[in-house]
Ligand binder design. Structure first.
Ligand SMILES: [Zn+2]
Length: 559
């Protein structure tokens, strides 16, 4: 039992804004005061300190073949020593951290949940083995659907029952959490060396279009009643002028509704928010996108904020990765055989003096500032935009125009004419930024017990040495940055895992997965699955992951 005394609580889901409160914890949950015996509680004195829910990263690449390939491609990444083996495991990694380092670094920052945002279903076992190697945090993975021949076949046949059955079956087999869609149709076109360029291009070899893939998957997702919505990486990522495709894609959510959450989450929008016709005249489409997102009540986005310094691009968007490799001349790895998707990896670094990188940096911030705080979550699309360990930089930037002015003076002047960042006066409040990093991502993912401090919530809590009643987040940005980098306490499932910014205990979180098999007639699609497995490199009986193979599985049944 734990008793957090006199903390200053910011808990947007429960509309608590900097109120002095006590929090009680029992059996890993937040409970009412009368449910604990105070004399038996371990007491944390949080006087003058900020108490919030543990951070929730809704989109990062933390496990599976992509990050592993990245590690192999970048031996220099492994030369940064983070932790010498002792009480805790040895860890290395500059941006591409080793698995234990991922858990440790999230914990030190006060984050307690992170989702792997792209898992090829056939690679699910690898993803789960690696998720199991990440300590400290709760996690899950999103299987990818937007380029799978079986998905195309169901849509071609206009057979929604079959599509729902396939989605429910694949999520169960891969022990996944939801429906990720990456460059729908484009990765299939890449198998022939091409890409799709608009929502209405026909996918080679199939009578379907990206527009149909997205809308059919939204419909299947909603009819199955999955906790999370369709999670979309739009077409034309990384292409100047792509903001219009992004807006068209966002508008596909019209006509769908869900009382609890959005029906479409569009991810790392920074990479899909470029105006112009080439990199010579590229500009920002962020304001136009923000206008559309703000006008709709069933769409959310996340930023995909670039951080200056090292990063590594890794996505299921194989054609984009090839173009990036051609554009910047960096190394390239690709995987598009024997998977239900594709993938590419390209090392990259963001330089303040580079006009394109500065533009990307400014667009990410514009999105974070201009989109309603109830609709934009904070991400760097780790490690595509940079390390998650720099979330505090983004948090501080959103809250301080003064900090942004200082940073703007150091970057390529091209951003002054190509974006509106310099003229944005918005300063998000601490309450809004806590929402964007906790309660909002939890709500977007459909995790009811995460991201807040209400009774019954998981006791995942961060305490920072920052008094919100005495801190001017606009002026004291250096302090804000420093405090969010290093939590005074991180509590995971009721256990203190970080104290004074240092790890004190290793714990293992749960892996959430969603079972919607009762919501669909799985047999409707089994003949097709069996037929397709004549061409797979594994047998159907060897496909997928059993729950007992996962260290701490947490099944969420959809009924
Ligand atoms: Zn991503």
């Amino acid at each position: 039992m734990l008793w957090i005394r006199n903390g200053i609580v910011v808990d947007p889901k429960n509309k608590i804004n900097a109120e002095k409160m006590d929090i009680f914890i029992k059996n890993g949950k937040i409970v009412e005061e009368n449910e604990v015996k105070k004399e038996e509680c371990k007491v944390i004195d949080a006087s003058g300190k900020l108490v919030v829910a543990g951070g929730v990263d809704m989109h990062a690449h933390i496990a599976g073949s992509k990050i592993n390939t990245g590690r192999t491609m970048r031996p220099e990444e492994m030369r940064v020593v983070r932790n010498i083996a002792g009480k805790f495991r040895a860890t290395v990694g500059r941006v591409l951290l080793t698995a234990p380092a991922i858990g440790y670094e999230y914990a030190k920052m006060g984050y307690t949940t992170s989702f792997e945002a792209a898992q090829p279903p056939i690679g699910a076992l690898h993803t789960h083995e690696e998720l199991d190697a990440i300590p400290m945090i709760d996690k899950a993975a999103l299987p990818v659907f937007g380029n799978w021949h079986l998905v195309f076949k169901c849509i071609e046949e206009k057979n929604m029952e079959k599509l729902k059955a396939l989605v429910a079956w694949a999520i169960e087999r891969s022990k996944g959490f939801g429906v990720k869609v990456v460059n729908p149709g484009g990765v299939e076109a890449w198998m022939y060396g091409g890409n799709v360029k608009s929502l209405d291009d026909q996918v080679p070899g199939f009578n379907v279009t990206p527009r149909e893939i997205i809308t059919w998957l939204i419909k299947a997702n909603e009819e199955l009643g999955l906790p999370h919505s369709v999670h979309l990486h739009c077409n034309n990522l990384g292409v100047p002028g792509n903001y219009q495709t992004t807006i068209e894609s966002i508008k596909l959510a019209k006509g769908f509704s869900n009382a609890k959450r959005q029906v479409l989450h569009v991810t790392h929008v920074q990479f899909n928010a470029y105006a112009g016709s080439s990199w010579r005249d590229a500009g920002s489409g962020a304001a136009e996108i923000a206008k559309v997102v703000n006008s709709m009540d069933n769409v959310t986005i996340d930023m995909g904020q670039p951080i200056f310094g090292h990063a590594t691009a890794m996505t299921g968007d194989a054609p984009f990765q090839f173009s990036l490799h051609k554009l910047i001349g960096a190394r390239w790895s690709n995987k598009d055989t024997e998977v239900e998707t594709g993938a590419g990896i390209v090392p990259i670094g963001y330089l303040p003096n580079n006009p394109v990188h500065a533009l990307q940096w400014a667009i990410g911030l514009e999105l974070g500032l201009l989109v309603d705080s109830n609709k934009v979550a904070l991400t760097t699309d780790y490690p595509n935009g940079g390390p998650f360990t720099e979330y505090p930089y983004v948090m501080a930037m959103l809250m301080s125009k003064k900090m942004r002015e200082g940073e703007l003076s150091k970057v390529n002047a091209y951003v002054q004419k190509a974006t509106g960042l310099a003229s944005i006066d918005v300063e998000k409040t601490l309450y809004e930024v806590i929402h964007m990093t906790r309660s909002l991502p939890a709500k977007i993912l459909g995790l009811e017990n995460k991201g807040h401090l209400g009774i019954g919530a998981d006791a995942d809590i961060a305490i920072y040495n920052l008094n919100p009643l005495e801190t001017d987040t606009s002026k004291e940005f250096e302090k804000v940055y420093k405090m969010f980098k290093s939590a005074e306490y991180t509590i995971k499932g009721g256990e203190i895992i970080v104290k004074g910014g240092e790890l004190v205990k290793e714990v293992y979180g749960r892996t959430f997965w969603v079972d919607a098999t009762k919501k669909a007639d799985i047999q409707a699609v089994m003949p097709d699955i069996r037929e397709y497995f004549n061409y797979y490199s594994v047998q159907l009986g060897n496909y997928g992951v059993e729950e007992r193979w996962i260290k701490k599985p947490a099944r969420i049944e959809v009924v």
